[in-house]
Design a protein around this ligand. Structure first.
Ligand code: NAG
Ligand code: NAG
Ligand code: NAG
Length: 294
């Protein structure tokens, strides 16, 4: 798509050019009155005459329709028409002197192809992402960039590399959410002059080299094993301490041991009421024998 200038009036062009450079970006030109001089008026007159002469049939070429989600950016003799993008619905063009292009305002998504990235701590990871964007201003998406879709795609790939290049591996793996937000903000800033609004960026997948995966798995397993051993050792320590205390208590009074035997017998009997073979310690009868003697 050509720029907004007809290029006939060079002095005017220069003035415009300077103004645009100062404001760094395209601004919609409001004075379409002096856009082509007498030649333009002549062409417009002839076109309108043609429309009137061929009246019912000319409507076929004059009336255009865009869908609810579309806008039409119209150029009359190369100049952007006043009033911005037309639509949705019916709009009129003058054949021969008008050209227009339809812009879809719906959200578009694309995959950023997997990028091999060297993280801050020198690990190569392959990362891919999904980007969702839509056109926020149809006019400047036509006038400021040749192909907004392709440009956004390329910018997304480089932004992904730039953002992830500043992170180390553990950050890449653990902070996907914040990386997505940083990327969305920085991509949106870059596409702003093209009338493109980046709505969402999602990091899809982070793939590590196979060797690193194995090493990490081994590391995780080893640390888990170490923790398990520690827990087992602690348990044993506690158990042995408790046993020592128990034995101290039992040794304090000999009758306690006998009671313990009886208790054990009782608990076994409650659970399994079949025949029980239980070694009866002789100490049990000492008490009885003492009493018999008395
Ligand atoms: C699109 O951008 C142009 C130039 O910056 C501006 O004049 C126009 O108002 C914008 N249109 C919308 C719908 O924001
Ligand atoms: C990754 O970077 C963060 C902050 O920049 C730091 O706190 C962390 O220790 C680093 N991790 C590694 C494994 O270098
Ligand atoms: C043995 O225990 C079962 C339940 O556990 C009970 O139904 C049964 O009556 C018991 N038998 C005797 C002889 O107590």
């Amino acid at each position: 798509m050509a720029g907004p200038y007809t290029g006939i009036d060079m002095a005017h062009y220069d003035k415009e050019e300077r103004r645009n450079q100062q404001s760094s970006g395209y601004s919609v030109n409001a004075d379409s009155g002096d856009s082509g001089g007498i030649c333009a008026y002549l062409l417009t007159g002839i076109s309108i005459l043609l429309i009137i002469c061929t009246f019912p049939f000319s409507l076929l070429f004059c009336i255009k329709v865009v869908q609810e989600y579309e806008r039409a950016v119209i150029f009359r003799l190369g100049r952007l028409l006043l009033g911005g993008a037309k639509g949705p619905g019916i709009f009129f063009i003058v054949p021969c002197i008008d050209t227009y292009c339809k812009i879809d305002l719906r959200t578009v998504s694309f995959d950023v192809p997997p990028q091999e990235i060297l993280s801050k701590d020198s690990v190569t990871v392959a990362v891919d992402a999904v980007v969702y964007y839509r056109i926020s201003n149809a006019t400047i998406s036509v006038t400021n960039v040749e192909d907004y879709g392709r440009s956004t795609r390329l910018l997304a790939a480089t932004t992904l590399r730039n953002v992830l290049g500043t992170k180390n591996l553990s950050e890449i793996l653990s902070e996907r959410e914040s990386i997505s937000h940083v990327m969305q903000a920085s991509l949106d800033e870059g596409t702003d002059p093209w009338g493109v609004k980046v709505e969402r960026v999602e990091i899809k997948d982070v793939r590590l080299p196979i060797q690193l995966q194995r090493a990490m798995a081994a590391e995780a397993e080893a640390s888990r094993e170490a923790r398990a051993k520690l827990i087992a050792a602690e348990g044993e320590q506690k158990a042995s301490r408790a046993l020592r205390e128990a034995s101290e208590v039992l040794s304090d009074s000999p009758a306690a041991l006998q009671l313990r035997y009886l208790q054990t017998l009782n608990s076994i009997a409650a659970e399994k009421n079949s025949t029980i073979v239980f070694p009866i310690p002789l100490e049990l009868f000492k008490g009885f024998s003492k009493r018999m003697k008395e």
